[in-house]
Design a protein around this ligand. Structure first.
Ligand SMILES: *Cc1c(COP(=O)(O)O)cnc(C)c1O
Length: 413
């Protein structure tokens, strides 16, 4: 947009402090943190980094916009508890995530549940808990009516809309065109009639157009269109709208040459939307649900070098960690062309001796690659490898049991 920012270099990702040659996280040098945990590999998430991110968002976005966390990005209970004290709500996508959200103490009133293919048991759990259900089909409406009638509990519902537009430049598109998510915008009025007929408590609309977007102009356009669509569909609503959940999709940079998302234009546009919302739907509040953006930059993955091999002139650092813990860093979680995540030798941070090396895991597959021919500090067995930008879609998005190695640990520091 208006502002010119320099593209990021690999070194720009190292958010943590240093002490001597060691990265410092939560006040502990990395090798001491590893000793405290008692094993590598591990994920470490930093409270201070989470707090900084929330403060930045609060400063840039209008106060009327509620900030929710999408638990799917990282469901570690201690991290979810930490966020529960600072954010306005949670969004979930399974019965398992519902349990984590409720344990955190977040009020059910501020929890919503989306996702295609919710089972009857999950719907019943959610109605029993009193959370808002983002319904995605006529079947879900009928099941909820059935549950409400059988149990005498009121189901709170919002309609998840599959919009008639797409989120441009998104890493993963989840709205627009033919999709398994939500209800096509043109079918929403019929679904609203059914919700009213069945006596469910209608509360609003939910839209989620896509994920991992670094372009503020694309996000602004999607939020603008989402809001207009919600206002249009609100005319067919059985009762006043109380929530417009405009989704999220805020991305974080992973690769050199990318730029951080500019929040200012998004904040300005949301302020205008909040003003219109107050005039046209005075009972409604705007919500955003962010996953990766809240937690992705606050976490690192750490593994230890077991072996250093030279094959036909190329250096391979073989570690005790890999794609079974961190599929995304190996390039096999939604990347089309494999690129290196920001990686560093966490026990040789200041070192002037550098070399080109590949970092691989212990799995017997060429896919188990954490860095391919990357410039790193010259490292030896015993040194710790750090993968930055690892706070989202890490442990729970990885095939932990593939090749039956030990599981990764997680800490919040
Ligand atoms: C995955 C998902 C999110 C979180 O997406 P991020 O890219 O991590 O911000 C939010 N809402 C819904 C409905 C999702 O499916």
């Amino acid at each position: 947009m208006s502002e010119i920012r320099p593209p990021l270099r690999h070194a720009d990702f190292s958010f943590s402090a240093r002490q001597g040659n060691e990265l410092v996280l939560g006040g502990l040098p990395l090798s001491r943190l590893a000793a405290r945990i008692g094993q590598t590999p591990f994920y470490a998430y930093e409270r201070a980094a989470l707090d900084r991110r929330i403060q930045e968002l609060r400063a840039a976005l209008p106060g009327e916009v509620a900030l929710h966390y999408a638990i799917k990005a990282n469901p570690m209970p201690a991290l979810v508890d930490h966020l529960a004290r600072q954010l306005d709500g949670f969004d979930l996508a399974s019965g398992g995530e519902l349990a984590v959200a409720l344990d955190s103490g977040m009020a059910p009133e501020h929890i919503s549940f989306a996702g295609p293919g919710k089972t009857r048991t999950e719907l019943e759990q959610a109605v029993a808990a009193g959370v808002l259900l983002n319904v995605e089909s006529l079947r879900e409406v009928r099941l909820l009516a059935d549950i409400s009638q059988a149990r005498g509990w009121t189901a709170r519902v919002a309609v998840r809309i599959n919009p008639d537009f797409e989120l441009k430049s998104s890493g993963m598109k989840m709205g627009g065109g033919a999709k398994p998510f939500g209800v096509d915008a043109e079918q929403v009025p019929d679904l609203l009639r059914e919700i009213a007929r069945q006596g469910l408590a209608f509360e609003g609309f939910h839209l989620y157009a896509g994920s991992q977007n670094l372009r503020a102009d694309a996000i602004v356009e999607a939020q603008q269109k989402s809001f207009e669509l919600c206002l249009r569909l609100a005319e067919a609503a059985p009762s006043p709208v109380r929530t417009f959940n405009l989704g999220g999709g805020f991305g974080i940079p992973y690769f050199p040459g990318e730029q951080r998302l500019a929040l200012e234009p998004i904040g300005e546009n949301l302020a205008a939307l909040a003003g219109r919302c107050a005039r046209e739907q005075p009972e409604a509040r705007l919500e955003l649900e962010l996953g990766r953006y809240l937690v992705g930059e606050a976490g690192i993955y750490v593994c230890r070098i077991l072996d250093r091999k030279i094959s036909r002139g190329q250096v391979f650092l073989v570690t005790d960690g890999g794609l079974h813990h961190h599929l995304a860093a190996s390039g096999n979680f939604g990347q089309v062309i494999r690129k290196n995540y920001p990686v560093a030798i966490g026990t040789k941070m200041g070192s002037a001796e550098r070399e080109i090396a590949s970092v691989v895991g212990p799995l017997c597959t060429p896919l188990d690659l954490l860095a391919e021919r990357m410039e790193l500090a010259a490292a030896e067995p015993g040194d710790l490898v750090v993968v930055f930008q690892s706070g989202a879609y890490g442990r729970t998005a990885s095939p932990a049991d593939f090749l039956s190695h030990p599981h990764v640990r997680e800490v919040l520091v």
